[in-house]
Design a protein around this ligand. Structure first.
Ligand code: HEM
Length: 193
């Protein structure tokens, strides 16, 4: 396993990590600065428009180098199944994130961004963080702690649980925000007949 091609692929894999994960962290840093009122919202949107391309490129590079790495390793253990789930989650979550990013690009300074859009954006950013950090942690454990980790006993159960929790979070947020909006519209109608 620890041959020259393995190390070359690992180098490419880690280059993808620097590019993709680095860009994720820059985006989050700007989001954090916006929450603390240090930068303007359009600035955050502009930066994330640029970093998005680096995130996709880094993710693509990691997958492209990860597949032959796995072939050379020759073992798919339980924890790797969980890691692959998080890798796929990053890719799938990137699609709504891209749509939301395009939506908020239309807002000008001082515009009120709808609560529903903000909620979806926050959830998508949370999923992105969860999946990136989990994939990084699992990669690190495999490389530096133990090559083969047959944990958890039932990886599909864990994956199902994570999917169920995320879907429940999404559904409850959508229902709550839509209900509050409907109630606010009702009040407005009563005040201005
Ligand atoms: C977002 C995607 C991914 C992230 C963040 C990630 C992260 C990592 C990290 C941090 C390492 C340890 C590198 C080191 O310390 O030298 C690693 C190693 C590795 N990764 Fe990934 N990886 C990703 C995608 C993939 C994919 C898609 C595959 C396979 C299809 C894969 C297979 C491997 C293999 C075989 C290793 C060598 C260590 C081992 O498992 O024994 N990775 N990865």
């Amino acid at each position: 396993m620890e041959t020259a091609p393995f190390y070359i692929l690992l180098f490419v894999h880690l280059s993808g990590l620097i590019l993709g994960f680095g860009a994720v962290l820059v985006t989050d840093l700007y989001g954090l600065l916006w929450i603390r009122d240090r930068v303007r919202f359009p600035q955050v949107v502009r930066v994330s428009g640029v970093t998005e391309r680096f995130i996709w490129a880094g993710w693509g590079l990691m997958v492209a180098a990860g597949i032959p790495l796995l072939v050379l390793k020759g073992v798919i253990d339980n924890l790797l199944i969980v890691k692959l789930f998080f890798v796929i989650l990053i890719g799938l979550n990137g699609l709504p994130l891209h749509v939301l990013q395009k939506q908020v690009r239309g807002y000008e300074e001082g515009d009120a961004v709808p609560t529903l859009t903000l909620f979806r954006l926050t959830l998508a950013l949370f999923v992105s963080q969860l999946a990136w950090w989990s994939a990084v942690l699992i990669g690190f454990l495999h490389r530096h702690v133990q090559t083969v980790i047959e944990w958890p006993d039932t990886p599909w159960l864990l994956i199902g649980l994570v999917v169920a929790i995320l879907l429940a979070l999404w559904a409850s947020g959508e229902v709550l925000i839509r209900r509050n909006r409907a109630a606010a519209d009702d009040v407005k109608e009563k005040i201005t007949p």
